[in-house]
Design a binder for this molecule. Structure first.
Ligand code: SAM
Length: 280
């Protein structure tokens, strides 16, 4: 027992919260498990937590029981609000629930730094939210860490290393400005209803400055071009990026015959700097 509230199965029955596919709903009903996910986010007592998609509130309760200073939860499905109101009443002044679409709500005005984002994300918007959180207009972003549930395959793409099939834009975008590791793996049966695939929790902590210098726009553009045609050699895949791409690749110490998936983060950053005429 992590709190005195009703078991989640009862909550779901009382409020008639049958999972809807359109909302990407796969609920976690084991409160010991949600408390574990909350602990993976580190010390919550000193942070405001942003949770996207609290649903019936399993992870929300884990976060509050683990001592989160404050939780701001954004939920799109209005059916979940009465269940969440019961949690808010049990933890006075510590839970704020906003009904809305996390892609549209500006959470910043409700949060005081430091901010940790912890969510069992709806699969249909998970990657888009991650990309937004990783590519703000200015770095560092408003958050310190992200502790997020993804489909296992997406989690593997986030932590992937050069040379692997999973390595690509997502790995580079995240690892350029953060440390990322998988902290928990979950089988489909951990969820109700069980999805078709396994899931994993990724913990991402941001760096104050990017790991290697480069302009974000240039880096994103060259990486996108490279991986859009990942089977091709870079001199062909990057032809559209710069007319003298072969010379620039050589100047950046990258073999023009190499393929995108063989190139590490530092070399991509070097190439981006050469593209911007910065050869220092
Ligand atoms: N956190 C709960 C748990 O762990 O049991 C529910 C997780 S379920 C995978 C995803 C939740 O996100 C659902 O409650 C769904 O209604 C909500 N959701 C889906 N799209 C959303 C969006 N765009 N903005 C906010 N919430 C959304």
């Amino acid at each position: 027992m992590i709190d005195n509230l009703a078991p989640l199965r009862d909550v779901i029955r009382t409020h008639d919260l049958r999972a809807k596919k359109s909302f990407g709903q796969n609920f976690l009903l084991d409160l010991n498990l949600t408390a574990r996910i909350a602990r993976a986010a580190g010390d919550l007592s000193v942070a405001d937590v942003l949770e996207v998609g609290p649903g019936p509130g399993g992870l929300t309760r884990g976060l509050l029981a683990e001592g989160a200073r404050k939780v701001l939860a954004i939920e799109k499905d209005p059916r979940c609000l009465p269940a969440l109101a019961e949690i808010a009443a049990a933890y006075p002044d510590r839970l704020v629930v906003i009904e809305g679409d996390a892609l549209e709500v500006d959470a910043l005005e409700f949060l005081t730094p430091p901010v940790k984002i912890v969510s069992n994300l709806p699969y249909n918007v998970g990657t888009e939210l991650l990309i937004r959180w990783m590519t703000p207009a200015v770095w560092p972003p408003f958050w310190d860490s992200l502790t997020l549930m993804f489909q296992r395959e997406v989690a593997e793409r986030i932590v992937a290393r050069p040379g692997s099939k999973a390595y690509g834009r997502l790995a580079l975008m995240v690892q350029w400005r953060a440390n990322a590791r998988i902290v928990l793996s979950l089988p489909p049966e951990a969820f109700t209803p069980a999805p078709k695939v396994s899931s994993a929790v990724v913990h991402i902590t941001r760096l104050d400055t990017p790991r290697f210098p480069a302009k974000a726009k240039t880096l994103e553009r060259v990486i996108a071009a490279g991986f859009n045609q990942r089977r091709k050699m870079l001199r062909a895949a990057l032809r559209g990026v710069h007319p003298q791409i072969e010379d620039l690749l050589r100047a950046a110490d990258i073999a023009p015959t190499a393929r995108a998936e063989e190139i590490g983060l530092e070399a991509w950053c070097r190439l981006a700097r050469h593209l911007d005429g910065d050869t220092s």
